[in-house]
Design a binder for this molecule. Structure first.
Ligand code: SAM
Length: 274
């Protein structure tokens, strides 16, 4: 939080400072504390046990891992461990800075691995998450299936995997949306959508008092559908699946067998191993 305030004041100062696109991303796009809380409470409801080991795949700056380690209290907090995996060395360096900002006793509970998520060899986790649609870098069914099999192997018995997914009519055409964060703004642009392949070209642009950072992040994704993900999870050997749909009015996520026919919906697809 202190970091966010400091960054906001630097951005708002009109000083010619170099602004870190990852820091802007964390403020603009992520809500790590909310995500960590949701994952912890969902995991307890679903499995009847506390979430101890979180593996954050495609972790970027490991914001969710850090929020997870900071959450909880007493013994429950002491028992938490987080593993962040990302294949980009420069991004892992940013994640290291976030770990270094954790209170001292928490730092050894975080581990960062610079590797492809399909090749990382790390301790088994209770929960593997791949958020902000990161798994959509896998364009072919075989590639995503391989990844999901890796997730299953990375889990302890009874563990789970959670992927987020978006869709709806609006996401099947080019559009852009601007979000104001006070000191700066960001634009989410879906530049292209190909109905033949479900490939999307998505971009994040930032507007700061120091200038525009055009195409700060560019994503070449395949927009997977919910039934495709559920099928793939079953094929990967998961014992059960469920879908948490976001209520378009309240923003809350609920386990439902049917989703809202919304122009732009958001959901989590989850799977458990036996
Ligand atoms: C969209 S960002 C997600 C950041 C963060 N997880 C979030 O929720 O906002 C995608 C990240 O995935 C990483 N990445 C892409 N392909 C990967 C792969 N095959 N293995 C490991 N990391 C990968 C990129 O380096 C990037 O940091």
């Amino acid at each position: 939080m202190a970091k966010t305030k400091a960054l906001r004041s630097r951005i708002g100062s009109h000083e010619p400072v170099a602004i870190d696109r990852h820091a802007l991303y964390e403020i603009a796009v992520q809500a790590p504390r909310r995500d960590a809380r949701l994952l912890v409470s969902w995991f307890r409801r679903e499995t009847g046990r506390p979430l101890r080991v979180l593996r954050e795949d495609f972790c970027g700056t490991a914001a969710i891992s850090c929020a997870f380690l900071r959450g909880g209290r007493g013994k429950e907090q002491d028992q938490r461990r987080a593993i962040g995996v990302d294949h980009d060395a420069a991004t892992i360096e940013k994640a290291k800075h976030n770990i270094e900002r954790l209170p001292l006793p928490m730092r050894p509970r975080a581990r960062l691995v610079c590797a492809d998520v399909r090749k990382a060899s790390v301790a088994k986790a209770d929960l593997v998450v791949a958020l902000n649609f990161s798994y959509c870098v896998f364009h072919e069914r075989a590639a995503l299936l391989t990844y999901l099999k890796c997730c299953r192997r990375a889990l302890r018995r009874g563990g789970a995997v959670v992927l987020d997914v978006f869709g709806g009519g609006l996401s099947h055409r080019p559009f852009s949306e601007r979000f104001d964060h006070g000191a700066f703004a960001h634009e989410w642009e879906q530049r292209a959508f190909d109905p033949a392949t479900h490939r999307v070209d998505c971009r994040i642009h930032f507007d700061t008092p120091q200038g525009r950072i055009d195409s700060a992040f560019v994503y070449d994704w395949r927009m997977w559908t919910v039934p495709e993900l559920v099928d793939l999870m079953r094929d990967a050997g998961f014992a059960s699946t469920s879908i948490l749909w976001q209520d378009p009015r309240t923003g809350a996520f609920r386990n439902r067998s049917k989703g809202p026919a919304d122009p732009h919906w958001l959901a989590y697809v989850t799977a458990r191993r036996d």
